[in-house]
Design a binder for this molecule. Sequence first.
Ligand SMILES: [Zn+2]
Length: 316
Amino acid sequence: MNTKSFVGKLNQITKALFSMTPAQRDKVHQSIQALDTEIITDELIQPLFDMSSQCPHCHANHLKKWGKSGAIQRYRCKDCLKTFNNKTNTPLAKLRKSYLWEEYARCMVLKLTLREAAEVCNINLRTAFLWRHRFLMAQAGKNDDKLSGIIEVDEFFLAYSEKGSNTLTNRAKPRKRGSNIDKRTKEGQVAVLLSIDRSNHMINPRLSADTTAEIAANFAENITENSVLCSDGSWSYVTIAKQKNCDHKRLINGKVRVIDKVYHIQTVNGAIANFKGWINGKMKGVATKYLPNYLAWFKKSNAKLDKQQILVAAYG
Ligand SMILES: [Zn+2]
């Protein structure tokens, strides 16, 4: 569009906008946003589709371009003759509009509950639940951050829980108290280690037991040598600090809160309080089997969850 005709169009649009109610203007705004994200999402998905170039129905590789539906390219399989686009039979296809994925990713960044995310995206709880865990599974278990400089570390405990998808389907499962407690947890408690450095690198592995060996196995490799380790002073950390040639600041039982004005464990304790508040408060507890997913989610949102990464992970 040349400048002259653009100015003409813009004037028309502006005029039209002025004659609208705020609610109508909001609709226009939504359509513009939808248009933008649809294109962004497609730019992200298309290269992934091109790599495999497969019929989603029969998995044959003989495709033919088959017109467009809106801005979206359609294809036809030469083998089974069915038509499809780059999202057919992927989780992204379940949405009428792909901008909802962007919206859902935003809900994840905001750490909204399932109910809230479902409401924002106008999807049912079951779908919201499946998407969440599909996103998170792609992220879970990667505790590969390297911590350096001033490193704060502490452990915390959460109550073991079997809360699960049954809460979404109203099938009340009898809760067997005591009999089903995970053998690896201590008295129905699940141990988690959380460590964070002052550059905001974080690891938060679930520990199978709160022992020196388990702490060392999940923590030692992530520490850069010659760092400064700040802990509550437990012996597990004394050993690790020595092993990694780190200066160890022991802030024992809150008697000493800060050493030399900079060495403390308040950042890590703040992060732990945030995590527990989110899990026990907003999320009303989570099933222990999903805990690694929530830990990954928390870690990612701490490092600013990448919406593009989420979309790519969800595409599978
Ligand atoms: Zn086919």
